[in-house]
Design a protein around this ligand. Sequence first.
Ligand code: GDP
Ligand code: IMO
Ligand code: MG
Length: 423
Amino acid sequence: MSVTVLVGAQWGDEGKGKIIDVLTRDVDMVIRFQGGNNAGHTVEIGDQKYVLHLIPSGIFRPDTINIIGNGLVVDPLALQEEMEGLIKRGIAVKNLQLSDKAHLIMPYHKLMDAMKEGQLAEGKKIGTTKRGIGPAYTDKADRCGIRALELLDLAEFRVHFTEQAEKYNRIFAAAGQETLDIDAEWLQLKAAAEYLKPYIKDTVLEVNQAARAGKNILFEGAQGALLDVDHGTYPFVTSSNTTSGGACTGSGLSPRYIQDVYGVIKAYTTRVGEGPFQTELHGPEGEALRKAGNEYGATTGRPRRCGWFDAVASRYSCMVNGINKLAITKLDVLDRLPEVKLCVAYDIDGKRYEEMPSDSRLLYKVKPVYETLPGWMCSTDHVSCWDDLPEKAKKYLRRLAELVDAEIGIVSVGPNRSQTFEL
Ligand code: GDP
Ligand code: IMO
Ligand code: MG
């Protein structure tokens, strides 16, 4: 039996989908525990590329159970579309389960997300994915959310949806915004409810039964630690607990079961959306990384901001997640660089910081203190074991792991399932 939590250790898009897909070889159950379709997890198998937003990345293994846990906010229309898209490509979704306790993203949440972003001044914007994530979690905490179990009783669901939609329409109208056509929205929601009904389960029970039966369980984190609503660069964060602790509340499994925490980490850093980014490279250096790493959002297509590896932020992330194994991705993206840099400390107003400050306003003032290492200047995308890596690449990875205080478990040298090796 093994219970492993896998999380992003930076600002998301570290390559979680790819690593999950590799690890699911030996796994009976994969569980998403937070977030929603703000996530975009890419899995490449052979010449096929898939981008998953809500469905766990274990869906490509025919015997693996895939759970959308109670901690998510789920857009029923988006979930139906994603399921249909996979089925069209020959991937079965019969092993998918949606928690009856998961909260639903309703059309008014998406409008509210866009409206709130539109009202924020430059410098205050979050740069959300506009998928309605924040407003849906707000309603959950405010105890007026709609849960997946309500899809099982259409008459009750219609009453609750209409009541909430009318409330939101009054807010939109007062703000001079477009309002929802409630009847038209209802028709779409009703169809999605009928489609999703067979997949709605008491997943808390399923997860606990699997754990008691000694199954191998893998939790799939979305986003990254620095986007965690408690531990991230607040307020420039998402609205859920992306760190490993969220796996328990978002699934109903006790922390007593968890053995390992895998942190997926890019060999450099990216961020999509607004907020501080201590090692961001502006100009041609950042552009070169974006090009080499094909750094464009898997959900929104936005160009990702790129920069050097930030060991201060990543060490903090390893600490709050309890990461004991690293999966380092995208090493190949650095192959052509004559030198590579690791940020080992921050200089803020002339003072040296070894630890990441809590205040985002300070993070904007960071001057990174770099350690520079020689680049390896040769291709690593065909390398299939540690010993075959160039010495300089090994040195870079060893130093990175030492700085963040975790061991390397996996190295990834390309987007494909095959371009991965374990240590
Ligand atoms: P996630 O959100 O953490 O699952 O990551 P995304 O899928 O949003 O972004 C990661 C991107 O990098 C995807 O396009 C992957 O196919 C790609 N990728 C993953 N690992 C590697 C790697 O080791 N090398 C390269 N070049 N690309 C990778
Ligand atoms: P995966 O799982 C990268 C960012 C958005 C924005 C902030 C809040 O693919 O790593 P939200 O829509 O969640 O309210 O937006 O969080 N963000 C992500 N950035 N990868 C993601 O997911 C993200 N999900 C949200 O860009 O800055
Ligand atoms: Mg992504």
